[in-house]
Write a protein that binds this ligand. Structure first.
Ligand code: GDP
Length: 440
């Protein structure tokens, strides 16, 4: 996410960070570099200029040059300004109304249908809502099919009326259907076009008037940079929408859309899409995003994700096994699956402070565990519960079965061994022992 921008800002702030002596000249130099980094990220010229102007004013106000740690203060000022630029506070969605009606708008290909599914899944699993998805694209039967596939995947009902060419009517009927079937959230996916045109705007505006949604969200592909901002403006002029959804932030996006949209339309970014899968959705937190951009990681989100996957009963079972020295490869597999459920590896690594920068050239792919899983799957149940029986000939067989080498099997066995030892130590209240081990 925003790798290029992070790198450039890091370089810009580098001089100040570890510097004892900061002068007016190098503050000005730094801010010039910051502005250049923003422009390279496809941030509009005026926004970038105002940004550095504000940082400079604050720096002068706080008399940066005479503070104890001027470098850190400058980083903080830039961070605060980035947070502000992306909207300041986190803004949730309005779930009032009975049912709550959420209208999706945006161009074709922006990720509307995918996001409708993600949001339905999010509201179903995290907020215990009964959701109805509505397909209103009367021009492309494929779009309705896509929504049906999504609905099936997440177990959410999809309402559509094949043959009806009137999206206003379909939306109104869908709301009636929702009321009759005790659904409390209706998400209306509308037809997009490849570019802004009057017909599309009239259509969505008519639906908007007819259903009077609690929440109108504008979905935009973050890869489209300044175009995203222009499209947002066009939609906002007609719909006066409530919030923005930035999709495809997992791609190689420069960041311009995320950094400019709030200033241009004065509407908050509420969600981001970070992948094609149904769980690749995050509530947008401007401060956490600013931290990530500045390479400070996002520990809060990381912990939240871990907590979501934490299952107390499972944890107790595991604890008992470790205490009894019964931690086996099956448990190891379960642990891997827990981690995988937390999100894509690239995304997770990006949340660890400093890791994004340190590993920027390493291609972290989500198949990182595949080799390990293949090796474990090639073990017999006995071997998994009692790894000590795995001798040389068994290793050879396992390597062959998993399409790996004996060396790779050995490596996994060694890692497993170390991990088991470490877990045992942590269990025995052995924080001290651990420290000792690390020192050695
Ligand atoms: P719509 O025409 O606006 O309904 O867009 P779709 O939902 O059909 O999405 C267009 C394409 O973008 C599809 O191939 C999606 O899988 C993909 N897509 C949507 N959201 C994301 C995202 O957050 N990340 C990535 N990588 N792809 C996405």
């Amino acid at each position: 996410m925003f790798n290029n921008l992070s790198e450039k800002l890091d370089k810009a702030l580098h001089t100040l960070k570890g510097h004892g002596k900061i002068t007016e000249v190098n503050v000005a130099e730094t801010l010039k570099e910051v502005r250049r980094a923003l422009l390279d990220a496809d941030v509009n010229f005026k926004i970038a200029k105002d940004f550095t102007k504000r940082v400079k004013e604050k720096a002068i106000g706080q008399d940066v040059l005479t503070t104890l740690n001027p470098g850190q203060l400058m980083v903080k000022l830039v961070k605060d300004e980035l947070t502000e630029l992306m909207g300041g506070d986190t803004v949730g969605i309005n779930l009032g109304g009975s049912p709550t009606v959420i209208l999706m708008s945006g161009l074709q290909g922006s990720g509307k249908t995918t996001f409708s599914g993600k949001l339905a899944n999010f509201l179903k699993t995290k907020k215990a809502k009964q959701v109805l998805l509505v397909g209103c694209d009367v021009y492309r039967p494929a779009a309705i099919n896509q929504l049906r596939v999504v609905g099936e995947q997440i177990g959410v009902e999809v309402y559509a009326e094949e043959g009806n060419q009137n999206p206003v009517e379909i939306s109104q009927n869908a709301i009636k259907h929702a009321k009759a079937n005790s659904k409390n959230v209706v998400i209306i996916d509308t037809a997009g076009r490849l570019a802004v045109d009057e017909e599309m705007m009239n259509e969505i505006s008519n639906i908007h008037k007819a259903v009077n949604p609690q929440e109108t969200l504008f979905v935009v592909d973050s890869m489209t940079g300044q175009d995203a901002v222009n499209t947002a403006k066009a939609f906002n002029d007609v719909l006066n929408f409530d919030g923005v959804v930035l999709t495809k932030l997992d791609g190689d996006t420069r960041g311009g859309a995320a950094l400019s949209i709030k200033s241009v339309v004065n509407k908050p970014i509420k969600f981001i899409g970070t992948g094609e899968k149904m769980d690749a959705i995050d509530v947008f937190h401007p401060d956490r995003m600013a931290d990530r951009i500045l390479g400070m990681g996002d520990v809060i989100s990381l912990v939240e994700r871990a907590q979501e996957q934490y299952d107390e009963q499972e944890a107790r079972k595991l604890q008992k096994k470790i205490a009894k020295n019964q931690f086996g490869f099956d448990d190891f597999l379960t642990q891997i699956n827990q981690i995988k459920k937390m999100g894509s590896m690239k995304d997770l690594v990006g949340m660890i402070p400093g890791a994004g920068k340190a590993l920027k050239d390493v291609d972290i792919d989500d198949d990182a565990f595949k080799g390990i899983e293949a090796i474990i799957h090639s073990m017999t149940p006995d071997e998994r519960t009692s790894p000590s029986i795995i001798n040389a000939s068994r290793k050879k067989r396992i390597a062959k079965g998993s399409g790996t080498s004996v060396q790779e099997v050995n490596q996994l066995m060694k890692q497993f061994d170390q991990m088991s030892k470490m877990m045992k130590m942590m269990q025995g209240g052995g924080g001290r022992k651990m420290m000792q081990m690390m020192k050695n």
